[in-house]
Design a protein. Sequence first.
Length: 400
Amino acid sequence: MSIPNKLLTPLLLLAVSALAAPALPAQDRFADIPAKMQAFVDKGDISGIVTLVATRDKILHLAAVGESDLASGRKMETGDYFWIASMSKPITAVGVAILADEGKLSFDDPVEKYLPEFHDPWVQQEQSADRRVLVRSPRPITLRQLLTHTSGLGEYAVTDPHWSLAEMVRMLSREPLRFAPGTRWAYSTAGIDTLGRVIEVVSGQPYARFMQTRVFDPLGMSHTTFWLTPEQYERYARSYVLDPKTGKLEETTIHYMYGGAVTDRARPALGGAGLFSTAEDVARFYRMMLNGGELNGTRILQPATLAEMTRKQTGDLRARPGMPWGLGFCVVEDPAQLEANKTYSPGTFGHGGAFGTSSWVDPTRGVITILMLQRDHMGNPDNSPMRIAFQRAVAADLGF
């Protein structure tokens, strides 16, 4: 059938216009996440938040809502810096594992092999207002016990913001153990700091430099640091706590800086809770983990070592509800025991932070979820209302 000449030109113009018009963007299947997070901002529960969902090879979702600085009104941006707190721990553990892969240490080595000050530890058997009874430990502390929080080490009795890492750990070694190594589980941030000092001794270079050259640089984590520069500080998400008297958020300090400023390079680099980072940098780290220890052709860990780190290591010792420990990583064994974990598969691993940050890998589904916020005193930060809402939304958006 022929087309009349008088209709041909309009049809050609319509076809050309259709070809020239930009394609309509596909509907964002994660569009509900910012809306759900904004609800917490609107209620005054948090100042702002960054959310990220990724797979082994790409970021599926990245968004920010709220403000990073309530005083100035600066809007939260996806590239803002957060104190990631205890999310530093698995990153430090990977530093130890690199040295294990190179045959320079073993997870079952006694700590005293590298740090003689931990020779012949004592255990606190009894304590009262005017009496403390100590007994010799039946065994030395091992690196594996530091990695699994079963060493018996507690936290620092005294600190100074300008002690070196060696001085911090030496002070810790003078404190009695809370229990005989391997007999209980008790969280110890200072115990992970001790692993940073082990890295220094074994590698022959400062802990921060080792992490920069062996982890951050190879993974392209260019926004991960122990000390914010003045320029980075301008993009730093401030930390807040809810004032019970006013019901409003008030800026708060970070206890684990031990009195030092976040920009103070004279502070020691501490592996237990010392890092600042961005959501995309943390995603690079966990994409490496999800890819069997490799990212973009750069191998950080051997697959067998990664598997050892992310399996249950604490046996029958009770850690957190449904969450035993691997080597530096928390492992979700029974998702049903914590509301925020209910959408995960058993075997999910990762870590949270004191001010509400969280980073988890579900290897069964191949999904990484990262939440970045800065709010103190929310109860269990692993089970915060924000994390529960985020995980539920991700599960619904991905259809599992």
